[in-house]
Design a protein around this ligand. Structure first.
Ligand code: DAH
Length: 343
């Protein structure tokens, strides 16, 4: 019997060692611990037999079994440590991260082309001592029309089909010119302002028209302001914005709020002024302008006997189109990044 238990312990020792060494993961090892040392484990089963042994043998066999228990426990612990170390090494191969890797490079946004143009226009005129003035986008008919010599039945109203607001007499301004009136009413000469902003017209949308676009107005009022001052200003402005090689052409025009009225064009940057598909004749219109009509000065509270002035109005979108060679106004409002990215 003693022989029997001792033999079983010996066999268990050999097989336990062998199984522990060949366990390939921690889960298998934990299973082994249960089946070797657990309540119904192999060693426990052997220990149960000790009760049937003579007292003298029982002590020796018990000591032997306890030692084996310690050994098995130690082997499992060692193997566990070995597997853990191996797992860590393997993790280095399978789960490493490259901390320098940039997954989706973040593209930096930038200013919209219309903002870029506006900033440039502001910079040019601030060098000439102009300040920026703003007016409301919902205007009354007096400032938008009447004060600018456009009475109720004037044909110029037809060229500015308007969006009227339900309240009487209010509309979305059709141009930035009403800011001239508002500024004169609230300031004394000398006046030197530009007034940029959104304007609205009930126009069908096409490559060069939209129901909302941007203008920049200019107004200068002082003693002895002349047409030559206006001409010099336009030349300085156009050359600053489009480059020194551009030529400027001034032609007669008509606006109810200026007398005389002129239109200004720059030589086409693509063909140099010979005439090509995008300029049709070598020149590109950039703005309307003129000497402020005496009645408009009076409507602004300024005495035309003492002061004179000039005014101009340019389409900001149009300036951007000319500067960046954009052929369709709608691109500015569509927010297509493939377009915007180019600026
Ligand atoms: N307000 C005019 C328009 O929207 C543009 C304009 C022309 C403004 C001549 C001016 C000017 O100040 O003098 O068509």
């Amino acid at each position: 019997m003693t022989q029997g238990v001792a033999g079983e312990l010996e066999r268990l020792r050999a097989s336990a060692r062998e199984r522990i060494e060949s366990a390939t993961d921690q889960k298998a090892l934990e299973g082994l611990r249960v089946s070797l040392l657990g309540k119904k484990g192999e060693l426990t089963t052997i220990l149960r037999q000790l009760g049937g042994l003579p007292a003298a043998d029982r002590a020796a066999a018990g000591a032997e079994a306890n030692q084996l228990k310690d050994e098995i426990f130690q082997w499992i612990t060692d193997r566990m440590g070995g597997l853990e170390a191996k797992r860590h090494t393997a993790l280095g191969d399978t789960e490493w991260v490259d901390l320098t890797f940039v997954p989706n490079p973040v593209r930096r946004g930038h200013l919209h082309p219309l903002t870029l143009i506006l900033r440039e226009v502001k910079a040019i005129f601030s060098r000439l001592g102009y300040e920026v003035a703003l007016g409301p986008q919902v205007e009354d008919e007096f400032h938008n029309f009447e004060a600018l010599n456009i009475p109720q039945d004037h044909p110029a109203r037809d060229t500015m089909d308007s969006f009227y607001v339900e309240a009487d007499d209010l509309l979305l301004r059709t141009h930035t010119s009403p800011v001239q009136i508002r500024f004169m009413q609230s300031h004394k000469p000398p006046i030197r302002i530009i007034a940029p902003g959104a304007v609205y017209r009930r126009d069908a949308t096409d490559p060069s028209h939209g129901s909302q676009f941007y203008q920049v107005e200019g107004l200068v009022v002082d003693h002895d302001i002349r047409l030559s001052d206006l001409k010099g200003t336009i030349e300085y402005f156009a050359r600053s914005l489009f480059g020194p090689e551009r030529r400027i052409r001034i032609v007669g025009d008509h606006f109810p709020f200026t007398e005389p009225s002129i239109g200004a064009a720059v030589s086409c940057g693509i063909c140099g002024g010979i005439g090509c598909r995008s300029c049709k004749g070598g020149w590109l219109e950039i703005l309307g302008a003129g000497m402020v009509h005496p009645q408009v000065l009076r409507n602004g509270g300024i005495d035309p006997e003492r002061y004179s002035g000039f005014a101009f109005g340019a389409g900001l979108d149009r300036l951007a189109m000319l500067k960046y060679n954009v052929t369709d106004l709608r691109l500015f409002l569509e927010n297509d990044v493939r377009f915007l990215r180019q600026f």
